[in-house]
Design a binder for this molecule. Structure first.
Ligand code: ZN
Length: 273
């Protein structure tokens, strides 16, 4: 099998393709097609959930990343032993179904567009919230850390522990422990109410600005190094990203965050109203 060509980065939710193979994944069939609109869960950074939908009318029960070694062995999801996009491997979208389909069959692929739209909004809001958080926390750094696309200290990149996209929202967990302190960040006296208010104010301004959002696609394959770009009033922000997005911040409605702080873990819940 050859690396799957993916059309979801440009926002596609349907397509027609040919079954190239099938691999067993648990008690399900992992169907591989030449080209798909389905976004699979990434094995290395599982932030955006898999798309839902149908393949040749069969429900796609889950959609995961597959990697085929040079000897032809296929690994799925967490069992993949190499990093995303490793050379010498074919990178596959595995559509998990209950019944098999013959290799060579022409099939229609339909993604649940409503569910996808919610995830795209949630993913764009997640990146905007991270940038707003970077801006508000910028004066808490004593050392010069890596900067984000807007020239602010990149708190998000330095402290992120996990990021999960949900329909019209996201949950991001940041670690405020010793290693972040060593990098030069101080969380002392952090006032969550004031933090919330200031991040929300920035988000409202960015939604109001109707900033265009795009995904740069350097190649058609699943593991191409794609980049999220947003032309904000302060400048163009860019973040490496394998997911899907809306096309302007104006589509998001009201974006708001809420914070909780527990044992040096700062959780940011972002929602689009
Ligand atoms: Zn992303």
């Amino acid at each position: 099998m050859r690396s799957t060509v993916v059309t979801f980065p440009s926002g596609r939710v349907s397509g027609r393709s040919t079954i190239e193979g099938a691999v067993p994944v648990g008690d399900r069939h992992g169907l591989v097609v030449v080209e798909t609109p389905f976004h699979p869960l990434d094995h290395a950074w599982p932030d955006q959930p898999a798309d839902r939908g149908t393949l040749a009318g069969l429900p796609v029960l889950d959609c995961v990343t597959g990697a085929q070694s040079s000897t032809g062995e296929v690994f799925a999801g967490e069992d993949i032993p190499v990093r995303r996009g490793a050379e010498g491997w074919e990178w596959l979208v595995l559509h998990l179904t209950e019944s098999p389909l013959p290799v060579g069959a022409e099939v229609e692929l339909e993604v649940d567009a409503g569910f996808r739209a919610g995830l795209s909004a949630g993913h764009t809001a997640c990146h905007l919230a991270a940038l707003a958080l970077n801006a508000v926390l910028a004066d808490r750094w004593r050392k010069e850390p890596a900067l984000d696309g807007l020239g602010r200290p990149d708190f998000d990149q330095a402290a992120i522990a996990s990021s999960r996209i949900v329909p019209r929202g996201s949950v991001d967990v940041y670690r405020l422990g010793k290693s972040l302190r060593k990098k030069g960040f101080s969380a002392e006296g952090l006032d969550l109410a004031q933090l919330t208010w200031r991040v929300n104010e920035q988000l409202a301004a960015w939604v109001e600005a109707g900033a265009p959002v795009a995904v740069d696609v350097p190649g058609p394959e699943l593991t191409a190094r794609r980049t999220w770009r947003c032309s904000l009033p302060e400048g163009e922000a860019s973040i490496p990203c394998g997911g899907t997005h809306v096309s302007t911040t104006a589509e998001l409605g009201r974006v708001e965050v809420a914070f909780t702080l527990e044992e040096a873990a700062l959780t940011m819940r972002t929602t689009c109203a």
